[in-house]
Design a protein around this ligand. Structure first.
Ligand code: C5P
Length: 238
């Protein structure tokens, strides 16, 4: 059994602790919701447990499909063990259907199916509000090399295909999502962070009901029953 040692990082939704193994971190998912880069913030008891369980399930299903992630195992309702990574400061967004900032920026109608999945990079820097950047910016800022950029895009698209299938099994359309990658001790680029209704836009495939954080962002209601619905659908396909 691993031991929970000192706090090494505290983010908006998770706390990371060192364990006795230098390559393994202990993650605690928090009952906190934020939007607008932390400007909107609320304590939502139970959200940490739901996101921990949903992310654990998704990472397990990605592993079954041959996709490597930092996830080791879920260890409690709100905690999991992960491989320690040197994080790449990028938010890699993949879009299948127009929504969110894409519709606002480009005046494309929400719900339009894109002709192919679009990959975008955002520089993960709270002080700058995570600005949209292109490949040249990523290279010029020494965030990643050309080869690494290609690998990030290829991985993001492969993960997209796997996630589309995983969500289709629970009658959900994967509209868009955000990924974060890190380098493990062997220098391999691996999927890290979380994949949950906080980081994906998920629409019911039959009714288009929103099953994700947009409910919180747009003050459309309580997110707990919505996230619980996503978890129940996963549990029904175990
Ligand atoms: O807001 P935008 O349309 O650019 O978001 C695209 C996708 O990335 C959405 O699924 C959203 O949940 C996710 N995202 C995120 N964290 C951010 C920004 C976006 O998980 N900081």
């Amino acid at each position: 059994m691993s031991e929970k040692l000192e706090l090494v990082y505290e983010g908006k939704a998770k706390k990371l602790f060192q364990t006795e193994n230098p390559n393994i971190l202990w993650v605690e998912y928090l009952g906190q919701a934020t939007a607008l880069n932390g400007k909107k913030k609320d304590i939502i008891e139970g959200k940490g447990e739901l996101n921990n369980k949903i992310t654990s399930t998704i990472f397990e299903r990605l592993h079954e499909k041959g996709i490597q992630t930092h996830f080791i195992k879920q260890i409690s309702e709100s905690e999991q063990l992960i491989e320690k990574m040197e994080m790449i400061p990028l938010e890699v967004v993949v879009r299948n259907i127009a929504a969110g900032s894409f519709t606002r920026r480009l005046a494309v109608e929400e719900g339009s199916v894109l002709p192919f999945p679009i990959v975008e990079f955002y520089y993960k820097e709270d002080a700058l509000d995570d600005p949209f950047i292109n490949d040249d910016h990523v290279k010029a800022l020494n965030i990643a090399t050309s080869e690494e950029i290609e690998l990030l895009k290829k991985s993001a698209l492969a993960i997209n295909q796997a996630l589309i299938t995983i969500f289709k099994e629970i009658n959900i359309r994967l509209v868009d999502f955000k990924l974060e990658f890190g380098k493990n001790v062997n220098g391999e680029i691996v999927l890290a962070d979380e994949v949950s209704p906080d980081t994906c836009r998920l629409w019911d495939a039959t009714t288009n009901e929103r099953l994700d954080k947009d409910i919180y962002r747009k003050d459309l209601g309580d997110i707990l029953p919505i996230y619980d619905e996503v978890l129940k659908r996963f549990e029904s396909t175990k």
